[in-house]
Design a protein around this ligand. Structure first.
Ligand code: GLU
Length: 503
């Protein structure tokens, strides 16, 4: 790499919530910037005012915040030297470049009405505005200077189009796919400046990348078809020597590999495709989010990093810092990456297990409070220790209600299975045994139960089963002595008495 400072940008259009493919693009930009000690910029590309969706920009900002890859410049993250970072606020800056292109003969004014363009399409459905058809259309290439001037002053309804060369090979290097060649015959004279004075995506994107000194454009494969046009713009604007390097990322595919992962796949297939929950402002339709479904942001990041990239080797758990160190564009895969919902869960499970009890307790406290009431952090930490290994999602805590509340009912079949203790068990004596423990630890409790069982001609296993149904409500759950340490002596006695009555 040359000595140019690495500056990359994530440049979403706020036309809807960012889906995880977008988060992955942001992540790869982030990793690349950090790896090279460069800048990561968030630019909002909102020039297509008709497609803007209320709340989408804020959603993008919150999603990046949640996964922990904050840009160091950009909308919502503080102003760098290239403020503003929202293209609608840079509107006035683009016309000069479109006019520069006209002056150098690389662009022209087009005055065609919708009807003119419609009849062009009627003659041939494949017809596009290009080197051939432009000769018969209403534009400044065919009109006299006077006619053009007059039209410009009398009517605001014109656009500026790029004059794409007739038959020329546009060649550029993509950092992932190698040499890309496209003949201009395939291209059309794209609109650069619209009749409302707004630039199109292409003009704004290229001008901003130039002005903001962007060194690398890392974006989704769906933008590859636009790249030759961008290369022409760099050339015609005289910026070729500072043209960023391009890297077009492989697609994120549906789990069966059959096409691009779409926003609709998520809830249809039972996994979120959005980082955060999203409610469509128009339809009110709600889509689930990783956050609300109980995923940890670092697990989501780790999972996304590996969707289309891998560092080699067998290690799969990487912190963000480790990802930064390991990341290279060379190891981005060329083919599409299949989304794997089970793998996403696996990552989350691993991250939950690796959290300390207190860290996990802090994350669970709001969920617990909402469902079961107030519990202090030390209690929740202790509870985490018992079930951490069995949690895949944070919300799984909801299925461990017995850690917080006494069982409300018992399954008849379970009661029947433990009824054998009925004539043999003296609850007062059991309570006295528990009370006799001086050091209330799991080992002591276990020892006392063994002693108690032997004394009362009970099998230890039978006693434990009964205790399990009493305390958990079911014949499953964690170690009984450890559970008793958590819920305490009084609650234990209450639960045991309650269940005993039902036998
Ligand atoms: N505004 C484009 C988008 O919505 C970004 C394309 C690019 O990164 O150049 O994804």
């Amino acid at each position: 790499m040359n000595s140019r400072r690495v500056r990359v940008r994530f440049a979403p259009s706020p036309t809807g919530p960012l889906h995880i493919g977008g988060v992955r693009t942001a992540l790869y930009n982030y990793l690349f910037a950090k790896k090279h000690g460069g800048d990561f910029i968030l630019r909002i590309e909102d020039t297509d005012q008709y497609r803007l969706v209320k709340g989408a920009e804020q959603y993008i900002i919150e999603a990046l915040q949640w996964v922990g890859i904050a840009p160091n410049e950009g909308v919502g993250f503080g102003d760098g030297t290239h403020y503003p970072y929202r293209q609608s606020e840079r509107k006035e800056s683009y016309r000069q470049y479109a006019e520069k292109l006209i002056a150098s003969g690389h662009a022209y004014y087009a005055f065609d009405t919708e009807e003119d363009l419609e009849s062009l399409r009627k003659t041939n459905t494949n017809a596009k505005y290009d080197a051939v058809t432009r000769l018969g259309l209403k534009n400044s290439l065919n009109l006299s200077e006077e006619e053009t001037k007059e039209l410009l002053s009398s009517n605001n309804n014109y656009v500026i189009r790029l004059k794409v060369p007739a038959n020329e090979e546009v060649v550029f290097e993509d950092e992932i796919r190698g040499t890309v060649k496209v003949n201009t015959i395939e291209m059309d004279d794209k609109v650069l400046l619209k009749s409302d004075g707004m630039p199109t995506y292409h003009l704004a994107n290229v001008c901003d990348d130039y002005v903001m000194n962007i060194s690398h454009v890392i974006r989704g494969e769906e933008w590859l078809p636009s790249a030759p046009l961008h290369v022409l713009l760099y050339r015609f604007l005289g910026w070729e020597s500072v043209m960023p390097k391009f890297a077009h990322l492989p697609l994120l595919l549906k789990p069966d590999g059959n096409g691009k992962l779409s926003k609709r796949d998520g809830d249809r297939l039972g996994f979120p495709v959005f980082p955060l929950q999203w409610t469509d402002p128009q339809t009110g339709e709600m889509s689930s989010g990783y956050k609300q479904n109980g995923y940890l942001p670092d697990a989501v990041i780790n999972m996304l990093a590996f969707l289309g990239w891998n560092p080699g080797g067998t290690k799969e758990i990487y912190t963000l810092e480790e990802l930064v160190k390991a990341f290279t564009i060379e190891r981005i895969s060329h083919g599409g990456a299949k989304f794997d919902a089970e793998k996403a869960k696996w990552f989350n499970h691993e991250y939950i297990k690796s959290k300390s009890n207190v860290e996990l307790a802090l994350l669970l406290q709001p969920i617990i409070e909402n469902a079961f009431g107030d519990f202090d952090l030390s209690y929740i930490s202790l509870a985490c220790n018992l079930i951490k290994d069995r949690m895949v999602l944070l919300n799984d805590i909801l299925s461990f209600e017995y850690l917080f509340n006494s069982p409300k009912k018992y399954d008849e079949a379970n009661l029947a299975k433990v009824a054998v203790v009925k004539g043999l068990l003296d609850i007062d004596e059991l309570e006295a045994s528990l009370n006799s423990i001086t050091n209330f630890s799991a080992t002591e409790i276990e020892a006392i139960f063994k002693e108690f069982a032997t004394k009362n001609q009970l099998k230890v296993g039978e006693l434990m089963k009964f205790l399990r149904v009493s305390l958990v409500g079911e014949l499953s759950g964690p170690s009984i002595p450890e559970l008793i340490v958590l819920i305490g002596k009084e609650t234990t006695i209450v639960r045991i008495r309650n269940c005993f009555q039902k036998l």
